[in-house]
Each structure stands twice: as C-alpha cells, then as structure tokens.
Design a protein around this ligand. Sequence first.
Ligand SMILES: *Cc1c(COP(=O)(O)O)cnc(C)c1O
Length: 383
Amino acid sequence: MTDFDDIATLLAHDDDLPGHAIVPPIVQTSLFIFDDYAALEATFRGERKQPIYSRVGNPTVVAFEEKVAALEQGEAARGFASGMGAIATTVLSQLRAGDRLVAVEHIYPDAFRLFEKLLRRLGIETVYVDGRDTQAVIDAMRGARLLYLESPTSVVFELQDLATILDVARNADVTTVVDNSWATPLYQKPLTLGADFVVHSASKYIGGHSDTVAGVVAGSMARIAELDDLTYPYLGAKLAPFEAFLLLRGLRTLPLRMARHQASGLEVARWLAAHSATARVNHPGLREASGLAGSSGLFSVDFQPEIDIPKFCNSLRLFRLGVSWGGHESLAFPAMVGLQQVAGPNSLRRFGVSDRLVRLNIGLESPSDLIDDLNQALEAASQ
Ligand SMILES: *Cc1c(COP(=O)(O)O)cnc(C)c1O
C-alpha cells in the first residue's frame, strides 16, 4: 500500500464492528469474563482467542494497533501510553548487559537520556554517530546489538540514508529501530526498507490534535512477539482505551492533515529561507533526494545574530510557545531554552545545537497568516 487513496480508504473505513457501529467502541473495561471453565482454560492454554485483561489486550487498543501495522506495512503493532513507553519497551527487549547500542546524534532528548542514564546503569554502552555520514554509521554498527535511527531528527532535521543503512544492518545481523514520528507512515515506511521496528510518538501527527500522549511500535509478528515475551506486559506502559479511541479518530484525517502540514510547512520554510534575518532553514523537504515521499510541517530556522530571539518569541501572536508538535496549532520552541534544561544530560549541548535555532511547528492555520506573524515578529526583534 503506497498509494495515498488506498491509505485514505483504509483509515476512513472499518468493517464488522460490534453492534453495527461505524466507529470502534471504547471498551472501557479492565477484565473480560468467560462463559465457563472450559472457555477460561482454553484461553489460558492459548487454544482460544479472547481478551483476558486490558493491560495486554483491549479491543479498542487492538483496533488502533491493527491500523498502524497496516499503515507501516508491518504484521503487528503494540500501543503505548507514550512514545517513550514504546521506545523503552522496544530497546529493553533487545539489549543485555555488555551490549553496544549505536544511535545517531540529535535523537529525541528523552531517548538520549534513557540511553545515557538507565541503559548505562544496566551495563549497556551507547555510541553516537553523525547519521548523515553513512559510512560512519556502517562502521560503528559492526559488533553492535542494536542500531537506533531517527530520520530526520527533530531539532536539526538531519537525514539518514535509511535504505543503505538498513540493508547493511540486516546483513550484519544488527537489529534496527527507526523513530518515524516526523515523516509518518505516509511519507516513509522504514519496515519496507528492512527496519526491524518502527516507533512513533503518537502524541504528534498520529493523534494530531494535541490532546493525548501515546506511542506505538510496529514490526513483523516475530519481532513484536519478542516484546510480548520480554517487556511489553511487564513494563506496563499500556495504551488506554480512551486514548486509543482518540488516536483512531486522529488517524481518519491523517492524510488530509499531512497534505496541509506539508504544503504550509514548505511555503513558510521557503519564505523564511528568502528572508534576510535567516541564516539557514533546516527542512528536509527543501533538500533534493531526501529519500522521503513527502515532508511534514516541523522544521527549524537559524536566525542571524541581529535577531533578538526572546523578543522574536514574545512578538509572535499566532505561533504559541511550547514543546511537542504535530497538532493543529503552530508552535515555536527556541533552542536557547532547551540548551538550559537541567534534568539529566542535555542532548542539545552534547550534540551542539545553535542558540540561534528556533523550531517551528506549522499547524493548520492559513500559511499567509503564519507568514505575516513571522514577518512582524522578525521586524520587532531586529536589533
Ligand atoms: C515526542 C517525541 C518522542 C517521545 O514521545 P512521547 O509521546 O512524548 O513519549 C519520541 N520521538 C520523537 C521524535 C518525538 O518528537
């Protein structure tokens, strides 16, 4: 399934829902009951399929997991209470003391902290490489257990050559995880390029309405079975039925929203690239041969020294100040603030992010209104 129309139909349509409903119901229950002893026994023996307990199998959550598995062209998926739940449950299912993990620089800051704090304490060393340097990634992965990729990364938007890297990793027997939150399955399908796991912060584009924190991982049956066996039931970062309902609702409009985020994001990015206050725009969609089938609405800008960054932020009217992204509303987040964050090791400082950088999430507003807003804020902030 590569075609936009096929995806739109998959997301708009459900068959055979209980009670002839058009939308999967929110099955708000902790446990499921059995007709008799034989049914209970057969289910526990694995001979009969029925949900037992919502920590590991709730029908609303399963409906969401099936949609994401189909979108990513995987065989199975698991929903989580957060993107970090999905990431932690996936990497912990693969690693043991003494293993080496290779990750690209500029990965999501809390993934970096997970690797630097918890994994390090468990005796797992993480090595970071410049993901743009394909040969460096290939060299670093030799002898590693796991390779963790995020293409593009979500502050400086550096891309990896996923097709080449995933192919080499497969032949070298290195397990691969790709964070695909930025591109969404519409614009990039890492499993089809040979990735073992694809993870998402569903809090971003999949949810799409800035009203839920959730995550998901997709892969083959065999790979997801490794999570079921080792981590997923025991770490307990389960997705709740109501959150799954919100995500299913968000998915219905994913193709429409992404088309708008893409068009508006490119329009605003091109306008900024032509502006004298801009030193550089970090947007994968402005690069040739990105390997992506499309781009989303999150990118960053390095401003010239004459722009007073706090004043620029305070002068914005439509753009709001905040972290996260992927929702309907446009947001700005200055790296100057991220660089000062004190909790744990700071990935922005570690990998070197400029304090002139501001990340922009282009929402669903009118792009010309957003450009007007940036224009007046840049004028107000010019020194
Ligand atoms: C937000 C984010 C995460 C973490 O997801 P949560 O849902 O906040 O736990 C992981 N990766 C990327 C790229 C993100 O932006």
